[in-house]
Design a protein around this ligand. Structure first.
Ligand code: NIG
Ligand code: FE
Length: 390
């Protein structure tokens, strides 16, 4: 048994509405929490805290649950800085850019890929992200998808098979043949290393029928579905996600009224990735319409070398508030509890009793500063299961 008391917390976000001020964030002022064997065992007024083996003094700063980044593509080699620069002078973002990263990734050694992922995961920890989902999707051969997922698994349980990211060059004349490969031997090799199956359902990637077939095959292999949906234009992605009971429809940039209704009635989480819109200079998703319809909204980074090479959840929060008119509280909830919901996890994203002791101490008196002070490194330390990780 080992216990740690985190005390002198000026403002604690628990995301447990039965605690503190009773809001969605369950805010407690002058708070403390105790973590025993990696899990929160007590939370409340610091003057009432029970003793523990050791103490961490938060110095009156704000403490928040560690961010849950439910959408990232970290297994890749190379970068596409030149493509970004071209975009900033007017070239539009297109799905085909993914193929540049596919060649670089295929040419890289396992060691290079692992080092790249380790570097990005560390970058995330330093920005307060303690749970991350990682997708494959830049290998697109049986061997390269398999090794991408095996590498991702060294860093997280939340791994996603995205063999259906784009049709690789060797299959441009035979997309049906590629879907057959993805749903056949590639899926068979990938499934032991993946929890989720995903498909990029978009013009230039996979259409509705292909997306359905890929998700169905993944589900038959025991994987749970999530979908890249309605990113570059309107399309069937969101409806398919709802129809198939996906945990989450991600991007949701171009939604019809029917899409919003389907998300609302199915309970599928809408995962918004505003750093993508920032980095591709696109319109932002209509977060207010989703929230008004009662849809559960998550925020994630989508960190990848093409559409968004940022791993920063604080940036996502600042953009969600400034550009999508989410309140700072809605944005923080979406980046923590929302992400956990998108991954069907109830042990992370909050700091109620029983939660994993994953939290970040801010160099600020309140979580409000995450949006109020954009671009400022406000994470002074991060802890996973009560142990300091950054
Ligand atoms: O989520 N949309 C598909 N996949 C990534 C982009 C990948 C890339 O451009 O390399 C995304 O934006
Ligand atoms: Fe993505």
């Amino acid at each position: 048994m080992s216990s740690v008391l985190v005390t002198n917390v000026g403002e604690l976000t628990t995301n447990d509405s039965t605690l503190g001020d009773g809001s969605m964030l369950g805010l407690i002022h002058d708070a403390a929490l105790v973590i025993e064997n990696g899990q929160v065992s007590w939370v409340g007024d610091r003057r009432l805290a029970p003793p523990a083996d050791r103490a961490i003094d938060a110095g009156d700063a704000a403490v928040i649950p560690g961010f849950v980044d439910s959408h990232s593509h970290l297994v890749f080699a190379g970068d596409r800085a030149a493509e970004f620069a071209a975009r900033m002078t007017g070239h539009p973002y297109a799905a085909g850019g993914i193929r540049t990263t596919v060649s670089a990734t295929r040419a890289a050694t396992d060691e290079t890929l692992s080092i790249n992922v380790a570097h990005l995961v560390d970058e995330m920890l330093r920005q307060g992200t303690t749970t991350v989902e990682i997708k494959s999707g830049y290998g697109l051969t049986v061997a390269d998808e398999l090794r991408s997922l095996a590498i991702a698994r060294q860093f997280t349980e939340e791994t996603t098979f995205l063999g259906a990211h784009v049709v690789p060059p060797e299959f441009v004349d035979d997309p049906a043949g590629y879907v057959e490969l993805v749903t056949g031997s590639m899926l068979e090799a990938a499934a032991p290393y993946a929890r989720w199956v995903d498909v990029f359902c978009e013009r230039g990637a996979f259409d509705g029928d292909q997306a359905r077939a890929i998700l169905q095959a993944g589900m038959a292999a025991g994987l749970l579905p999530r979908v890249h949906a309605n990113q570059l234009g309107p399309g069937p992605g969101v409806q398919i996600a709802c129809e198939m009971g996906a945990a989450s429809a991600d991007h949701c940039t171009h939604l019809s009224k029917q899409d919003i209704e389907a998300l609302s009635s199915s309970g599928v989480v809408a995962t918004l990735l505003p750093a993508v819109e920032f980095s591709t200079r696109s319109v932002y998703p209509d977060a207010r319409a989703l929230l008004a319809a009662g849809v559960t909204v998550a925020l994630a980074s989508d960190c990848n070398p093409g559409s968004c090479y940022s791993s920063s959840m604080p940036l996502c929060i600042a953009l969600a508030v400034r550009e999508m008119r989410m309140s700072p509280g809605e944005a923080l909830w979406a980046a923590t509890c929302g992400g956990a919901t998108a991954l069907r996890r109830d042990d992370v994203g909050h700091l109620g009793v029983g939660a994993k002791g994953d939290f970040a101490v801010l160099a600020a008196p309140s979580y409000l500063h995450l949006a109020y002070r954009p671009g400022v490194p406000l994470i002074s330390s991060a802890y996973a299961a009560g142990r300091r990780v950054a």
